[in-house]
Design a protein. Structure first.
Length: 349
């Protein structure tokens, strides 16, 4: 073999570096999700809901943990707060003394009778005044029979075990359990709080981004930190360089708010035909009526130029339309009828 052939058969240093970079990029898809990688480990790092988290910090200082019901929208830190509290209370015994179950996957009475009861019966050596902790995520999806069985288990093992139930709506938890627990309420995070966390992750991961990309993530997340981090990570792996607004909306698969904003603008000008044409184009591009009406609501809510009285009327009509779509009447005629009513509202003002 000639020297030229040998040289050609040996990869250059530049090619090696490119191969390593590509391998790292491909392997990144198998890394820990950022929602887990950057999940707060102590209560001091939990973002938002300061009043509720301060009550949990007081519990961690005194060690007097009651049964808890944590109610609020998804992605606001309910489960994260409980895990952080458990770590601070139990220390090295955390792994042995904590059981987490997703009640939406295991919602029947058998789970309560078997897994939960057997864990409550197990003996674990803990510091004085500490209890084992059972965390039930999405507890509002449990059947009524399972909740009744859980209530009985809570009574039997009240000396050794505490129960923390995370749910979206506390009213779906039976009153017998509500009366045996302290209810803590969580609200959606402010955009500023979500943005602060996104900027920290971007810095830690050395991510390049545009400002409108972060605005798009905040727009789609609606105060849901989990949603925001998932969209950031998915957008990062979708692009080879800078995260842009286009890549974010491609990941989220939602109608672009600029397009929806143009539709609303046509309605305010009384140009119903142009508004309907753009709406039909959105429908034909594959978006469902739920996707479209959700984006319409968010765009109108954030609209800065609409008079307040007109904005309230618009939101009222959008709400009625969304209710009909949720009831199953989800043809595009609902959206076109909405546009006609919005244009009519503008003419009446």
């Amino acid at each position: 073999m000639t020297d030229t052939a040998v040289a050609a058969s040996v990869p250059s240093e530049a090619n090696k570096e490119n191969s390593v970079a590509k391998a790292k990029k491909s392997m990144a898809g198998y890394q820990v999700p950022w929602v887990e990688k950057y999940r707060p480990r102590v209560l001091e790092d939990v973002v938002g809901n300061e009043e509720t988290v301060s009550r949990l910090r007081a519990i961690s200082r005194t060690g007097n943990l009651p049964n808890l019901i944590l109610a609020g929208p998804p992605g606001t830190g309910k489960t994260t707060s409980v895990h952080a509290l458990a770590r601070q209370l139990l220390g090295a015994s955390y792994k042995d003394a904590v059981l987490e179950l997703n009640a939406s996957d295991a919602r029947g009475i058998d789970v309560v009778r078997n897994r939960i009861k057997s864990f409550a019966m197990n003996k674990v050596t803990l510091p004085p005044g500490r209890h084992k902790i059972i965390i039930l995520d999405e507890a509002d999806s449990m059947t009524s029979a399972a909740q009744q069985a859980l209530r009985r288990t809570m009574e039997l093992y009240s000396n050794t075990t505490r129960f923390c139930l995370a749910c979206n709506v506390s009213t779906k938890i039976i009153e017998a359990i509500q009366s045996r627990a302290a209810i803590l309420r969580y609200s959606r995070l402010a955009n500023e709080q979500v943005l602060t966390c996104l900027l920290k992750v971007c810095q830690a991961e050395s991510i390049s981004y545009t400002n409108d990309a972060l605005e798009a993530i905040l727009f789609t997340a609606e105060g849901d930190m989990r949603h925001a981090l998932n969209n950031l990570q998915a957008s990062y792996f979708l692009t080879n360089g800078i995260i842009s607004q286009t890549s974010v909306f491609k990941v989220c698969d939602q109608p672009h708010p600029k397009t929806v904003g143009q539709i609303i603008s046509h309605c305010t000008k009384g140009d119903t035909k142009a508004a309907c044409d753009q709406m039909q184009a959105l429908w034909k591009s594959g978006y469902s009526t739920n996707d479209i009406i959700g984006t319409v609501f968010k765009v109108v809510k954030a609209h800065g130029e609409l008079p307040e009285a007109l904005k309230l009327e618009y939101l009222r009509e959008i709400g009625f339309t969304q209710m009909r779509i949720s009831d199953g009447v989800n043809s595009p005629l609902q959206l076109l009828g909405l546009l006609a009513r919005l244009a009519q509202k503008m003419q009446q003002t």
